[in-house]
Design a binder for this molecule. Sequence first.
Ligand code: NAD
Ligand code: LMR
Length: 347
Amino acid sequence: MASPSKRFRTIEHHLRLKDPMVVCVTGAAGQIAYSLLPMLGRGLALGTDQLIDLRLLEIPQAQGALEGVVMELQDCAYPLFYKISYGSDPAVLFKDADLIIFLGGFPRKAGMERKELIGKNCQIFKTQGEALNLVGKPTTKCLVVANPANTNCLALSTFASRIPKENFTALTRLDQNRAVWQIAARAKMNVAHISRVIIWGNHSSTQYPDVNHGQIATKVDETITSKPIREKIADNNWLNGKFIADVQQRGAAVIKARKLSSAMSAASAAIDHVRDWCLGTNGRWVSMGVVSDGAYGVPPGLVFSYPVVCENWTWTIIRDLTLDQFSQEKICATARELVEERRDALS
Ligand code: NAD
Ligand code: LMR
C-alpha cells in the first residue's frame, strides 16, 4: 500500500500539473463513455500530470442522461478534470479541441455486420466533420470508435479537410488486445510476454490478425529470450483457422452473450490507443487505423489498420515486412471491403 505521504501528496502534485488539454468525448451518455470517462479522469490516457478541460457531446434527447453522467463525474472529484462542460452542438464543443474521441453513433445488434451502420452513422460523421472543419485546430487529434470505425473516420477526415490527414485514427486496438489474449492463453503465458501481433485492415469480420512477425518472450534463468509465436504454439491449423475467425467474430460473440456490444473492453482499448499515441510506444508495435499512403499496396486514402510505432502524437507505419501469399490475400480482401464501404459512405 502507498505510504500516507504518497497518498496525500495531492496539493504539491497538483501545483506541478500541465496546462489543460481540451478533450471532447461524443456519445458521452452511452455505455462505452461510462467506462472510458473514469479512466480518462484517472490519467490513464494522457498521463497523471495532464489537466483536462472536458467537453461532452450528446444528441438533444440524451441531455438529461448526460446531466446524470456529469453529476457522477463531479462526484468522482478527479483532480485532473479542470473543467467539465456539455451540450449538443459540435461547433461549440469541438472549438479548439486538442483531442476528440468519437463514440457517438448507433451500435449494431445481433446478426448485423458493422457496415450495415454506414447509412445511419456516416451521416453523423459528415455533420461532425463539417463542424470540425470550421472550429478545429490544425493540431486537433481524432480517434473514431463508433462503427463502422474505419469508414466513419474516413468520412470525418473527408469533411474536415482543413485538418491534416495524419490527425485521424480509428480504433483497432480492441482487436489487437483480443488477439494477444488468445495467443497468451494458448501459449499459457501472460499477455505482457506477447509482442508484434498485427491487425491489418478493417475493424470488421474481414480484418486480418497476423502472428507471422509475433514473438513470445520467455525467461530462462535470468535471461529473457524471444521465440516466434508460430514456433512456440506449433499449431498452424489453429493459428490460420480458429484463431483468426474467433478474433474476427469476437464483437459478435460479445453481443450474443451480453445482448449489448462490448463497452468496457472498447473503452479500455480506446484508452490504450490514446496513451500510446500521446505518450509513445517506446518501439513497441501497436495497430491503429490510419489514412493509407499506399503502404503494402493498400489504396491510398483508405483508413486501414497497420502496425505502427508512436511518439508524441505521431505514428509511423512499420514498413518492409515480408508478407506470405496467405497474408497478401487477407490484406487484399479487407482492403477491398474498405473500398466498397468508402463508395457506399461517400455516395
Ligand atoms: P451506446 O448506444 O450505448 O452509446 C452511443 C451514444 O451515442 C448514445 O448515447 C447516443 O445518444 C449517442 N449519439 C448518437 N448520435 C450522436 C451524435 N450525432 N452526436 C453525439 N452523440 C450521439 O453505444 P456504445 O456501446 O457506447 O457504442 C458506441 C459506438 O461504438 C457504436 O457505434 C459501437 O458499434 C461502437 N463500438 C466500436 C468499437 C471498436 O472497437 N471500434 C467497439 C465497441 C463499440
Ligand atoms: C466490437 O468489436 O466489439 C465492436 O465493434 C462492437 C461490435 O459491433 O462488434
